[in-house]
Design a protein. Sequence first.
Length: 107
Amino acid sequence: MDTIDIFIYGAYTLIILATVSALLLPMINSLGNPKSLVKGFAGIAVIGLLFLVAYIIAGNEVTPVYSKFGVGPELSKTVGGFIGLAYLLMGGAVLGILLTELRKAIS
């Protein structure tokens, strides 16, 4: 195992640690005010529903180029769902920016 492999595994470890910390620490901090947890779980549920919609819409086609890498129809559909979710969230952000600017221009 050379140095690059060690750094890559170290980076994986730090990414996992940061993700777990980003998810758990706000929950632990908000245990004093359980009403604040409802908003967080509602946001997670909305993103889950958006992913479900994007997953249902996504296709499961696999071209011969990707089949040699072990990509099957289920993985293709999951990746398509995540890409669709990214498009939905990006469209929502752009729509929010446009509506905010329009409201500021009218006021």
